[in-house]
Design a protein around this ligand. Structure first.
Ligand code: TYD
Length: 136
């Protein structure tokens, strides 16, 4: 099972809802970076990479999309459609995002600053990393 979820605080009252998540609590690491993706066309596939070290929690704060998580041995496709639940995309996991519904905003909490050297963007290289146990 590659799927791990974190439930955020969801304070709902007659004024609406407020969702909150804190580093090292509902997010299992210190948050070093936040980014979000929006305006993605319905036929677009994003992601297609893995990370050496970066861990992330992803949440569809508006709308929905699908995620494929792949550790090189098993693959799972998961629906993100709850603004109060975050999906762990751990390091060493090849991932794709697709089937964005119109208006979807996908937010990411990441454990490190952006560094292109942390990416594995070639699938054959990813499989070599899996086989070698991610030893550099
Ligand atoms: P990319 O990794 O291709 O996005 P996705 O994983 O959604 O397919 O990133 C798109 C562009 O944004 C690329 O030029 C790198 C840049 N970028 C940053 O500058 N900072 C960031 O934190 C991230 C995630 C990407």
């Amino acid at each position: 099972m590659l799927e791990t979820w974190y439930s955020f605080t969801n304070a709902k009252d007659e004024r609406g809802a407020l969702v909150a998540a804190e580093g090292r609590k509902q997010i299992p690491f210190s948050i070093e970076r936040v980014y979000f993706v929006y305006g993605v066309g319905s036929g677009v596939v994003r992601g297609n990479h893995a990370h050496w070290d970066t861990r992330q929690v992803l949440v569809a704060i508006q709308g929905s999309c699908r995620f494929t998580l792949n550790d090189g041995k098993q693959k799972e496709t998961i629906l993100l459609n709850d603004p109060a639940k975050g999906l762990l995309v751990d390091c060493h996991i090849w991932h794709n995002m697709f089937y964005f519904t119109p208006g979807t905003v996908l937010m990411a909490f990441a454990s490190s600053h952006y560094d292109e050297a942390d990416y594995v963007r070639n699938y054959d290289e990813f499989l070599r990393c899996v086989q070698s146990g991610w030893v550099r």
